[in-house]
Design a protein around this ligand. Structure first.
Ligand SMILES: Nc1nc2c(c(=O)[nH]1)N[C@H]1C(S)=C(S)[C@@H](COP(=O)(O)O)O[C@H]1N2
Ligand SMILES: [Mo]
Length: 435
């Protein structure tokens, strides 16, 4: 479809003889009317007038009459200058610091892949700048042959590429009522999805030889936080990766360059970045990040520990907090869904705050432990509406309501919130967060 910015303009000049282009335009206008013209971008005649240039059909815009920017400028491509607002923002604290996180602007993205430069970031002691030629991975503990690998060694192993989401277990401050001005980045932005390339951890463990007494693996990062977590050996032989590339290029420094552990579907914290050590043992290692942190305090004062899996969750990204509907008419409701247990099998959308639900269309491909897009055509009648989505995964688990989550886990924990999220649409078209 042509850019509506041009197509909704009145054609100036020329005679009245119908031409293919004009009848094309007429068809387009009738489609536009059917969709509700308000859903389309408004013409920018005023802007063109202000610039004193003729850019709209049938005039020829200046970018058609002059040579464009030469190739290789800059040598590493960047988004259009008109997309400058699509960036990561610091999470909650309002400033970038070494003990910090930044969020992915999910409301401005399309498809399921997060561009590397927009992948959320979470680090406990800043981003180390590691020379890959000086980086080593040591594998020791209950193994037959303790070994130290260089990056060159690791790149020679057979590799795989898999598309997986990564979500921080602290994503979504849903336990308490949210800020009405929050966007999806604010509520769900500690979530991204990439194609990760690396070595199946199983292949590396086969190389060192696992002793039968080994049931747990400790992973340690080379950053100043020396982030350290334990995970069961079953995960190592299931789908754990030693990832060195992301969306076709080597990892970004923020994502763990030159090597990170990647545990698909598990809470983000366990995917240790800047990975320098794996130790095999018969028990979990009880590191700081799996005892005093990343445990979930329950209502009765006891804490859940080793809550690895990120459960099925979804959020509507359009229309969503901070956006504005330009009057009644057609809108496509769009959202993303994911589950750490496997594939998403159902997505439903409510426009009346959960009183009634409609099946949304899952957009292919539907991959396990990966973001899945879902959509639903919607005609907004201009009245206040409450938009919600809920999803089910292949285990039959349904994304819970806030009330169900609170009943099961109380209100002491800040982690693992996957409740149904609501956006309010006001009669004026303003979309606000309802938590
Ligand atoms: N070495 C190391 N690994 C780490 C962290 C860290 O601070 N240091 N942060 C963890 C946390 S809490 C999360 S949510 C993920 C975030 O990964 P990302 O920055 O690539 O999004 O990395 C995890 N791995
Ligand atoms: Mo995290």
């Amino acid at each position: 479809m042509a850019d509506p910015k041009y197509e909704t303009q009145a054609v100036t000049g020329g005679d009245d003889t119908p031409s293919p282009r004009r009848s094309g335009r007429r068809n387009f206008v009738s489609t536009a009317a059917a969709l509700g013209a308000a859903a389309l971008a408004l013409p920018s005649r005023a802007k063109a007038d202000a610039l004193n240039v003729a850019v709209l059909p049938p005039d020829i815009p200046p970018w058609t009459t002059q040579q464009g920017t030469p190739i290789l400028t800059p040598p590493y491509g960047v988004p259009s200058a008109f997309e400058k607002k699509v960036v990561r923002h610091p999470h909650s604290r309002g400033v970038f610091r070494s003990e910090a996180s930044s969020v992915t602007p999910l409301q401005d993205l399309h498809g399921v892949i997060t561009p590397a430069g927009l992948h959320f970031e979470r680090y406990h002691a800043g981003v180390p700048q590691i020379d890959p030629t000086l980086h080593r991975l040591i594998v020791h503990g209950q193994v037959e042959r303790p070994l130290v690998f260089t990056m060159q060694d690791l790149l020679r192993f057979p590799s795989v590429s898999r598309t997986y989401f990564l979500e921080c277990s602290g994503n979504t401050p849903g336990w308490t009522k949210g800020n009405p001005n929050a966007t999806v980045a604010d509520t769900h932005g500690l979530l991204s999805c990439s194609e990760w390339t690396g070595i199946p951890l199983a292949a590396l463990l086969t190389e060192v030889g696992v002793l039968s007494s080994a049931h747990w693996v400790l992973a340690e990062g080379a950053d100043a936080a020396a982030m350290t977590r334990s995970f069961p050996i079953e995960k190592a032989f299931d789908d754990a990766l030693l990832a060195y590339a992301q969306n076709g290029e080597m990892l970004r420094p923020e994502q763990g360059y030159p090597l990170r552990l990647f545990l698909p579907g598990f809470e983000g914290n366990m995917s240790v970045k800047w990975l320098r050590r794996l130790k095999l043992g018969d028990e979990p290692f009880e590191s700081r990040e799996e005892t005093s942190k990343y445990t979930d305090l329950m209502q009765d004062g006891r804490a859940r520990q080793f809550t690895f899996v990120m459960e099925a969750k979804s959020v509507i990204t359009s229309p969503s907090g901070g956006q504005h509907l330009d009057g009644p008419g057609f809108y496509e409701i769009r959202g993303i869904a994911w589950s750490g247990r496997g594939r998403i099998t159902h997505a439903e959308i409510s426009t009346d705050g959960g009183r009634s639900w409609k099946n949304a269309q899952l957009q292919e491909p539907v991959l396990a432990k990966c973001l899945t897009r879902f959509t639903l055509p919607w005609h907004w009648d201009g009245k206040p509406a409450v938009l919600q989505s809920r999803v089910r995964d292949e285990t039959g688990y349904w994304q819970p309501t806030h009330a169900e989550l609170v009943a099961a886990r109380g209100l002491n924990s800040g982690y693992h919130y996957n409740g149904i999220h609501s956006w309010n649409v006001g009669a004026d078209g303003a979309v606000t967060n309802d938590g």
